[in-house]
Design a protein around this ligand. Structure first.
Ligand SMILES: C[C@@H](C(=O)Nc1ccc(Cl)cc1)[C@H]1[C@@H]2C[C@H](n3cnc4cc(F)c(F)cc43)C[C@@H]21
Length: 409
């Protein structure tokens, strides 16, 4: 029964802040806070202009220390965290990777850490901020597509910011029908209902194919150079970082500097939950990818982390399909695995175009210039949206996924 109770709890997606229509995406994020918070919202809304005009530091120095007590409800906390997260990344990386700051002023650090504590998220911009909560529809009754969407906050780098965050959002939204099928899958396993299980697995495979379709939009919406030179820097973290070996001092919060990882696709709950559903374990055999995926769960909203953990502790879909020996279920399961392999392979192609190739060009330019400026090296080794470490991670995850196909009986 205990087993049954745990997995049955997945029947109520609402409790895990998972939406039938939007999956892990925050439905209808707030776009405004009470006027009291105008000092945060005005700076966040003007970030590209303030950074390019070298005025951000001065603006932050003028900021009052605001209290978080007037923030009401989950959506106000998410919007406040989003605004403070953009300002924090802009403040740390405004001088590119050459002049990083080591101290985050208390007018930012104190409220940012208070809100992060309330949301059980680290005080650094994460995927759940800049993708899942950073969007609005132009026409509220219109469709969820690039033409009818806009982002709330941006870094310097123009439309490529918008493209990168909105394409990620559309990939996440395409996953919704697959995520919605998960409670049906668990239910079908518990009731040995092969027919419903096969139908639900077909929904998952179709959803993963739609994610790949949405991902293709990145080619027309994001410029590789703009992403590599600008946006990628602003999403960088301060953990195991060449440029900030100690991490960042959060003034007025902790006495010593703290390290946190930069934004990464591995922080996507969708990316992790399909692996868990299909029983794809990135065992320690793959080295850092297993440990890195595990760490990145701490960079997801608590309710989404709980969803993944509840799924992982429920009945094994893989074992059930194997035990039935049913050819139809076997085929439907493998279709899901292959769709995920295709999506992972596509992700590797995208990372090659947007990271590996621009990084190669950047190194070549630096060698021509003689000096080996640390522009790229700081983030190339990073596992976030950075370079070689990230590629090794993606390839390890893709290869493990490929091996997860059920072999012929
Ligand atoms: C556009 C890219 C990006 O890296 N976005 C990003 C990264 C960091 C930050 Cl901070 C913000 C946005 C990628 C999109 C598609 C997302 N995706 C979700 N589920 C996936 C399952 C898969 F198998 C898979 F291959 C990719 C999957 C991941 C991100």
């Amino acid at each position: 029964m205990e087993h049954e109770d745990k997995s049955e709890s997945l029947q109520n997606l609402e409790k895990f802040h998972v939406s039938e229509e939007y999956g892990f995406v925050l439905p209808n994020p707030l776009t405004e806070l009470p006027d009291y918070y105008a000092p945060w919202m005005d700076v966040a809304a003007n970030l590209p202009h303030l950074i390019e005009g070298h005025q951000l530091r001065r603006e932050v120095a003028k900021m009052p220390l605001l209290s978080t007590q007037y923030l009401r409800g989950h959506r106000q906390l998410r919007l406040a965290r989003l605004a403070l997260g953009f300002i924090t990344m802009g403040y740390v990386w405004q001088g590119g990777s050459r002049q990083t700051v080591k101290i985050l002023p208390r007018v930012l650090a104190v409220p940012y850490c208070t809100i992060s504590e309330l949301l059980d998220l680290p005080p650094i911009l994460v995927y759940a901020d800049c993708v899942l909560a950073n969007w609005k529809k132009r026409d509220p009754c219109g469709p969820l597509n690039v033409e009818n969407l806009d982002i709330l906050f941006s870094f310097p780098g123009g439309d490529s910011n918008k493209g990168f965050f909105l394409v990620s959002l559309l990939v996440e939204a395409a996953a919704a029908t697959g995520i919605k099928a998960i409670p049906m899958i668990i239910n079908a396993i518990l009731h040995h209902d092969r027919c419903s299980l096969e139908t639900a697995l077909q929904d998952v495979a179709l959803s993963i194919c739609k994610m790949r379709e949405a991902f293709k939009l990145i080619h027309e919406c994001v410029n590789p150079g703009a992403f590599f030179r600008s946006l990628r820097i602003y999403l960088s973290g301060w953990k195991d970082s060449f440029l900030m070996p100690e991490g960042l001092v959060y003034e007025g919060v902790w006495d010593s500097p703290k390290q946190f990882s930069g934004g990464s696709a591995a922080q996507s709950s969708t990316l992790q939950c399909f692996d868990v559903l299909l029983g794809i374990q990135h065992r320690a055999a793959q080295g850092f990818s297993a440990e890195y995926l595990g760490c990145m769960r701490d960079y997801m909203p608590a309710a989404h982390r709980a969803f993944i953990q509840t799924l992982a502790s429920g009945p094994s879909l893989r074992q059930f399909v194997l035990a039935t020996g049913d050819a139809g279920l076997h085929a439907a399961f493998n279709k899901c695995v292959l769709a995920l392999v295709d999506l992972r392979s596509y992700h590797i192609q995208i990372a090659t175009k947007y990271i590996t190739i621009p990084a190669g060009r950047c190194r070549a330019e630096q060698q021509q210039l003689g000096g080996c400026v640390h522009e790229g090296t700081s983030v190339l080794s990073e596992r976030g949206t950075g370079g070689t470490g990230f590629m090794r991670f993606l390839k390890a995850v893709r290869d493990t996924t490929r091996k997860a196909q059920l072999t012929e009986q």
